[in-house]
Design a protein around this ligand. Structure first.
Ligand code: ADP
Ligand code: MG
Length: 705
């Protein structure tokens, strides 16, 4: 037997990252210290150290096998971008040396006029700059086909507008840091220098067989199946969730973990998810910015590693109709540089006034800006999960659990809280099992925004999108309420009284956002409407939230987005939505016309020939004829629906002068036309011989991995 090469996790972890350990080893002490101050305390970067850092980074990367470097950035396409430059610099005698200057580390100019900018940059003024983000460590991407030093960067236009997701994320992190520090000072904390938001995103995904994937144009072009009837077995037995991981999948997961670990990503938890062929990976949480970069890398690695195993990773939010979709749970908290988690209630939350104030701020922020949070998770793909029948509705509410809700009730009713409910002993009824204390609060899996012990879990996010947007929104809305609170409390004569009054006032005002019940029920949709909570069902309904006067004022207050940046982002969202639906519609037309209709016609003709032969033998071909009739009915319906879809898709394409109206048309007219095509096609799948169907079925994709 071939001897397996052992992977030593402790030795290999982070080996492809120019991390703190490596920097401390390689950089001169004073340079290291200065860089650390920027990374940890948010001090301005000293440009003089860039040359030394660049040199050491280059030497380290070359030792790893790198020949190229790239400014790695996250334009508004939602994926990452890189343009590679070799380190080579020619010498006079016709040879080369390997060079990398401080200037090249700090600044790049990708001349990227082809990235979406939402009108921020006309092609004739195409300059865009990338700037080194030293708060996220550089790393090398290694493969048998080359090795490149990747430098995380922010991407801005010539006039300083953000053209990416990182720039506003970093701005929002600075905003929440600044405002939360003001609150901490009021509570007498004089030592904390920085508050960082920490994020642990749980990533869901599907794995299918690559050979089967390649037979489906819809998966290739759109990432989801546009046709397909339910197999006899779906997820109703709940036997996949946490089930034994198949060998082939385990092999994929092992390599994925190793790739992540080498990149310093602490991939921690893996398991089968609810749907067949669905899985999840969760890393240990990290600083918001690093977690965002890591999540992008995790998604990239999932695709690459799956490919090496003859598999394909589907990151779409809803690859299969009628089967659970994939999301990304964004676990979010705020931590001081001296290690205090501001969302940790302690054992007796009713006595923890600072925690209660933070909690009140979050209630207020989420209630005031529910529309923005909803928007932050909106995309054409995620529309199939949110507001659809099985997934959470697109209504934002907060789950707090019994213990905290009880404290808030006391505060709202009596003006003070005197007790915190405690978890009791877990009694299993078996003497040999250990007794332990339960948590004070149970979980609620149906809440879009749930308090889970010492963090909030924002569960609306789709599986494909970057986690940047939801965190930009979350950080900014919370920062804004902290600012409001700090402005008021700093003026107060009696701080204790003022805090108390403020908490009571806003808890009473925003209690409507708290909901501990079943968020998936119809009753909740009706109840939420009574409470006046917004229910923005589609992306197109949600986009206007980004550019309301209140939203613009708030983002500008904290320097996170300017009005033009917001307007450009809204425009990009409309465009992206329209493009996605357009590609889906065209793919559907293509598959219907070139694959399904021809296959069904051929099958029908074969049946008719068979029927004639049977007749010639003197027998009435009643089954054949009945089958032909059923098939033909659906075939006519399919042909008609396909013609309508072609017509409305062409009509939609002509509306490009007004992106909002165009997106609305795709939503209201093209999507229903697509549904009308799908229905007869899915019925036909069950009327036609499996051998005659032109591509793999749901059953083949979901159960035969
Ligand atoms: P769950 O709460 O969903 O059952 P875990 O407790 O394992 O699962 O956490 C899920 C994710 O939340 C992980 O990525 C974990 O690192 C992250 N997480 C845990 N604590 C925090 C925190 N204080 N802030 C942010 N993320 C956290
Ligand atoms: Mg979770």
């Amino acid at each position: 037997m071939e001897k397996e090469k052992k992977f030593n996790v402790k030795e290999e972890f982070g080996t492809n990252v120019f991390n703190d350990y490596t920097m401390r080893q390689r950089l001169p002490k004073d340079v290291y210290k200065k860089l650390k101050q920027t990374i940890e305390e948010g001090k301005e970067l000293d440009p003089d150290i860039a040359g030394v850092v660049a040199h050491e980074m280059k030497e380290w990367a070359i030792e790893k096998g790198a020949t190229h470097y790239t400014h790695w950035f996250q334009p508004m396409t939602g994926v990452t971008a890189e343009k590679h430059d070799a380190f080579i610099s020619p010498t006079e005698d016709g040879r080369v040396i390997m060079e990398f200057s401080g200037k090249e580390l700090i600044k790049g100019e990708p001349d990227a006029s082809s990235f979406p900018s939402g009108g921020l940059r006309a092609t004739f003024e195409a300059r865009g700059y990338t700037a080194w983000d030293c708060t996220s460590p550089a790393f090398v991407k290694k493969s048998p086909n080359g090795c490149t030093l990747c430098i995380p960067t922010a991407f801005c236009s010539y006039t300083g507008e953000a053209l990416d997701k990182k720039t506003p994320l970093l701005r929002s992190m600075e905003a929440i840091d600044k405002q939360e520090l003001r609150i901490l000072r009021l509570f007498g904390n004089t030592t904390a220098k920085k508050v960082t938001t920490s994020v642990g995103p749980e990533q869901e995904y599907f794995i299918v067989d690559k050979a089967k994937y390649l037979k489906r144009k819809d998966l290739i072009y759109t990432g989801r199946t546009l046709f397909g009837g339910m197999p006899p077995k779906g997820q109703e037995l709940d036997d996949h969730y946490f089930g034994v991981i198949k060998e082939r999948i385990a092999g994929f997961m092992k390599e994925l973990n190793e790739e992540c670990w080498k990149l310093g990503i602490s991939a921690k938890t893996q398991h089968n998810e609810v749907a067949p062929a669905q899985h999840e990976l969760a890393p240990i949480y990290a600083s918001n910015n690093v977690a965002t970069d890591h999540n992008q890398l995790i998604m990239e690695m999932m695709k690459k590693v799956a490919d090496r195993h003859g598999l394909t990773c589907l990151l779409h939010e809803k690859p299969f109709d009628g089967i659970n979709g994939s999301g990304k749970h964004n676990n979010w908290s705020m931590v001081t540089d001296d290690g205090q988690n501001l969302l940790d209630p302690g054992k007796t939350p009713h006595e923890n006034i600072q925690f209660l104030l933070v909690l009140t701020a979050i209630l207020r922020a989420v209630d005031l800006h529910a529309d923005l949070l909803r928007l932050s998770a909106a995309s054409a793909g995620n529309d199939h999960r949110l507001g659809a029948n099985e997934a959470p509705p697109a209504i934002i509410s907060i789950f707090l659990g019994e213990q905290l809700e009880d404290v808030l009730d006391q505060l709202a009713d009596k003006g003070e809280a005197t007790r915190s409910l405690q978890g009791s002993k877990l009694e299993s009824g078996v003497h040999t099992l250990p007794d332990f204390q339960k948590d004070a609060t149970d979980r609620n899996r149906t809440s879009p925004f749930a308090f889970t012990g010492n963090k909030f879990e924002f569960r609306m996010l789709g599986s494909t999108a970057s986690i940047a947007n939801p965190n930009i929104i979350l950080n900014t809305i919370v920062a804004d309420v902290f600012k409001e609170f700090a402005d008021e409390l700093e003026k107060a004569d009696n701080f204790d009284m003022a805090v108390h009054d403020l908490i009571k006032k806003y808890i009473t005002q925003h209690k409507r956002i708290v909901f501990n019940g079943n968020g998936y029920s119809d009753e909740w949709v009706a109840e939420a409407e009574r409470r006046g909570l917004p229910n923005l069902r589609t992306t197109v309904d949600a986009i206007p939230a980004l550019v309301t006067d209140e939203a613009v004022a708030m983002f500008e207050r904290h320097g996170v987005f300017s009005r033009v940046e917001l307007e450009s982002r809204a425009e990009i969202k409309y465009e992206e939505y329209a493009k996605v639906i357009n590609i889906e519609a065209l793919t559907m037309i293509d598959m219907a016309k070139k694959q399904i209709i021809p296959a069904v016609m051929k099958y029908e003709a074969d049946l008719a020939c068979g029927a004639n032969e049977i007749k010639a033998a003197g027998v009435e071909p009643s089954v054949q004829l009945a089958q032909i009739k059923d098939i033909d009915e659906q075939l006519v319906a399919l042909k008609d629906a396909e013609a309508v879809l072609e017509k409305v898709t062409a009509e939609a394409a002509e509306k490009e002068a007004d992106v909002a109206a165009q997106a609305r048309f795709y939503c209201d007219s093209v999507i229903p036309a697509m549904e009308a095509v799908r229905k007869p096609a899915d019925t036909l799948e069950f009327l036609v011989d499996k051998e005659a169907w032109p591509f793999p079925s749901y059953g083949d994709l979901l159960f035969e991995v």
